[in-house]
Write a protein of this length. Structure first.
Length: 339
C-alpha cells in the first residue's frame, strides 16, 4: 500500500492541494475555497497532510487532525530548495509534499490553543514595549531641541518630565508644555497597559504547570517561562537539550571545508525572542554567581574568569536552555547541586 502525502498550500481564501505518492509521483491536484477545505478532507482517505508553518497553519493543523489525518508543519525556508519550476500555488504544494518525504527533515511542532494564547500575550506585550520605547525616544529628542535633557530609562523620564512641565523658568513655550503633557499622558497609558499584560502573564504562568517548572531554573522568570511554553510546549519534539539549544541558535555557526573545521559566532537561528530572553536571563545570573556556591554558579564563575563577559553570557544561556528543556521534558523541578 502506497502512503499518500498531501502538500497543502494555504492562503487567505484559495487553497491548493497536491497528492504525492511515496515514490514522488503526483496523482491529483485540487483547488478549493476556504469554506470547502474541511469538507474536502473529511471526505478524503486518511493521509499525511503537510503545510508550511505560517499564519493560521496551527489552526488548520488542529482541525485537519480531528478528521483523522496525520498533519505536519514544515519551515518555509526548507521548502524553497525543492521547488524546481516557476513559483505558483501548485508547485509550492508539490514542493511541500516532496520536502516532507525526506527522512532527515525537521518539522515544526503544532501549537495548541493555550500555546497560542501565551504567544498572543507575549506579542501584545512586545508591541506595547516597542511603542513606549519609540515614544520615550521621541520625547527625549524633542526636549533636546529646548535645551532639556533626560537620562535613559523609564524612572528617569517619569521623574524629570513632570519637573520640566512645572518649571516656569525653562525654555518651554505654552504650546510645547501642552504637547509634552499629552505625550506624557500617552506614555503613562502605555505603561499602564504593559503592567496589565504583565499581570496576565503572571496569572497564566501561575496556573500552568510547565511554566511553574521552568521558573524553578535559575534565570528563568515568568516572561521567559511563557515564551518557552508558547514555543516548545512540553519539549518532547526535541531529542535532547542539545538539540533545543541548537534550535534556539545558541551554538557556534560552522563553515567547514576540506576537512578543516571553522567555527564562528552563534548561528542565531530559531526563535529570536526566546533566544534574547535566555541571554538576558543568563546575564542576570552571571552578575550574582560570585556570591553563590552551587555547581552551576561555580562553573559560570570559572567561565567568566577565562572568557570575555559576552562569551560567558551566551555559554551560560546555552547551558540554561539545556537545563530548562530537561526540566520541562522530564516534568521534574530543577534542584541546585552544591559543591
Amino acid at each position: 500500500m502506497k502512503t499518500i502525502t498531501i502538500g497543502l498550500d494555504i492562503a487567505k481564501n484559495v487553497f491548493h492541494a497536491v497528492f504525492v505518492t511515496s515514490h514522488g509521483k503526483v496523482t491529483k491536484k485540487k483547488q478549493m475555497k476556504r469554506a470547502a477545505v474541511l469538507k474536502f478532507f473529511a471526505n478524503t482517505e486518511p493521509a499525511i497532510v503537510v503545510m508550511e508553518a505560517c499564519g493560521s497553519s496551527n489552526y488548520w493543523a488542529r482541525e485537519i487532525q480531528k478528521l483523522g489525518h496525520e498533519v505536519k508543519l514544515i519551515a518555509p525556508q526548507y521548502v524553497v530548495a525543492y521547488r524546481r519550476k516557476n513559483k505558483n500555488d501548485y508547485n509550492d504544494a508539490e514542493a511541500i509534499a516532496e520536502c516532507s518525504q525526506r527522512d532527515d527533515m525537521s518539522f515544526v511542532p503544532i501549537k495548541d490553543i493555550e500555546q497560542q494564547d501565551a504567544q498572543m500575550l507575549l506579542r501584545i506585550r512586545e508591541r506595547l514595549v516597542k511603542q513606549r520605547t519609540k515614544l520615550s525616544n521621541q520625547i527625549r529628542g524633542m526636549l533636546l531641541e529646548y535645551g532639556l535633557c533626560i537620562n535613559k530609562g523609564t524612572a528617569a523620564l517619569r521623574r524629570a518630565l513632570p519637573e520640566f512641565l512645572e518649571d516656569a523658568d525653562n525654555s518651554l513655550t505654552w504650546t510645547a508644555r501642552s504637547l509634552f503633557s499629552e505625550l506624557y499622558e500617552e506614555y503613562l497609558l502605555l505603561s499602564d497597559k504593559i503592567e496589565k499584560v504583565d499581570k496576565k502573564i503572571k496569572a497564566f504562568t501561575n496556573e500552568n504547570e510547565l511554566c511553574q517548572l521552568a521558573q524553578t531554573v535559575t534565570g528563568i522568570g515568568p516572561i521567559t517561562a511563557l515564551a518557552l511554553y508558547a514555543a516548545i510546549g512540553n519539549g518532547k519534539h526535541f531529542a535532547n537539550g542539545r538539540h533545543f539549544a541548537a534550535w534556539c541558535g545558541l551554538v557556534p555557526r560552522q563553515h567547514s571545508t576540506g576537512g578543516k573545521s571553522v567555527l564562528y559566532g552563534i548561528s542565531k537561528k530559531g526563535n529570536i525572542v526566546l533566544r534574547a530572553l535566555l541571554v538576558h536571563g543568563a546575564r542576570s545570573v552571571l552578575n550574582v554567581v560570585d556570591k553563590k556556591e552551587d555547581k552551576l554558579s561555580v562553573w559560570a564563575t570559572n567561565l567568566k574568569m577565562k572568557k570575555s563577559y559576552n562569551v560567558a553570557c551566551v555559554a551560560l544561556a546555552n547551558k540554561l536552555a539545556r537545563v530548562v528543556w530537561s526540566v520541562i521534558a522530564n516534568n521534574r523541578p530543577y534542584e541546585l547541586k552544591m559543591v
